[in-house]
Design a binder for this molecule. Structure first.
Ligand SMILES: [Mg+2]
Length: 354
């Protein structure tokens, strides 16, 4: 093989979209049992319709994925895959799953995989999907290992040496998480493309609008299921709280609406080029250079906080002692200290003999 294969790896959450409403509705469909009454195709189509309408997807995601799909058709791009920290609950026992009336078992990443294929207008657009392995109490932000890009490569090319120089991994957690943790393979630093996180709060009634549309299209009335009505209220309330948090995050992270248009063009250039000196590599290097001082700054800030705490404690102690003491006591203390020092020296000399 002359050159490395061209691979695009995509993170889901806050990278391609802001999918909170999906998790909450999925939860309802799985736990209420209503999901069993629903047809897969009809339901997924409703998710798709409203995700577009409410900008759950990052602006221009459709254009971006269509461009990537065209590049695959033209032989410029070899593989596209998803690498997410979401759990694929289909493979976890004792986990509430949405199983549709047609027998299909769904999970949030599996729903998103279908969505990407729809946006790209190609049922086989996504070539692979990597999700968070399920371990009891694995914590995404502390203990969970950095996404291993070499794992994706080996999945597609098991008999070739790993080469990631023509791989791009778009992910919003680049700056914080991945730079602090050492990357798995050590060769994938330049593949990790940083994305500003995409947060989008939805209209207050969005949960109801989407769920009602799903139920209506499937000819389901919740009146027959009093337990489901109660559960719906509870989950809807949880979603609403989450949506308020997202609203704040959205304000903190302004949306760059033309980002994916620019990326589509830049990525095409990257995959077409043989060398490494191009826009993408430069962007990745610049982002690293910018992020690393931030990491260092955070470490410095932490040290500073600790040292301030220490000196404050020390000072307080000093002040307390001063308040208690008069000159006589101070002299007494000095004598005690000098005696201690003499004793220490004695002990040290004694030790040396042995
Ligand atoms: Mg993410």
């Amino acid at each position: 093989m002359d050159s490395a294969p061209n691979i695009l790896i995509m993170d889901n959450d806050e990278t391609t979209g802001s999918y909170y409403v999906l998790f909450f509705i999925y939860d309802f469909l799985a736990k209420s049992g209503i999901g069993n009454e629903l047809d897969s195709l009809i339901t997924i189509n409703q998710f798709y319709k409203y995700f577009k309408e409410f900008n759950v997807f990052r602006p221009n995601l459709e254009y971006f994925l269509k461009t990537m799909n065209q590049m695959k058709t033209d032989g410029i791009l070899d593989k596209v895959c998803i690498y997410t920290n979401q759990l694929d609950v289909r493979y976890i026992d004792n986990y509430s799953k949405w199983i549709a009336s047609d027998g299909k078992v769904w999970s949030p990443p599996e729903i998103l995989r279908i969505m990407y294929n729809k946006l790209a207008h190609n049922k086989k657009f996504i070539d692979g999907m990597f999700t968070r392995p399920f371990m009891p109490s694995n914590n995404v932000y502390n203990n969970y290992p950095v996404k291993d890009l070499a794992k994706a490569f080996r999945h597609f090319y098991p008999n070739q040496p790993v080469r990631l120089d023509k791989t791009i991994f778009i992910d919003d957690r680049y700056q914080e998480h991945y730079i602090i943790n050492t990357s798995n393979s050590g060769t994938d630093k330049l593949s990790r493309y940083p994305m500003p996180p995409y947060y989008k709060s939805l209209p207050e009634n969005a949960f109801d609008i989407i769920l009602n549309a799903i139920l209506k299209r499937n000819n389901i009335s919740l009146e027959k299921y009093p337990d489901a009505v109660k559960l719906r209220q509870k989950i809807q309330q949880e979603w609403s709280e989450k949506n308020k948090e997202i609203k704040q995050l959205e304000l903190d992270n302004p949306i760059k609406s033309d980002l994916l248009n620019t990326l589509a063009k830049d990525f095409k250039q990257f995959y077409l080029s043989k060398g490494l000196t191009n826009n993408i590599t430069k962007n990745i290097k610049n982002a690293r250079a910018k992020a690393e001082p931030n990491v260092n700054q955070r470490i410095r800030e932490k040290r500073l906080r600790n040292s301030i705490t220490k000196s404050i404690t020390k000072r307080n102690r000093g002040e307390q002692e001063q308040n208690k003491t008069n000159k006589g006591e101070q002299r007494e203390k000095r004598e005690q200290r000098e005696q201690r020092e003499r004793n220490q020296i004695k002990r040290r000399t004694t030790k040396r003999r042995y």
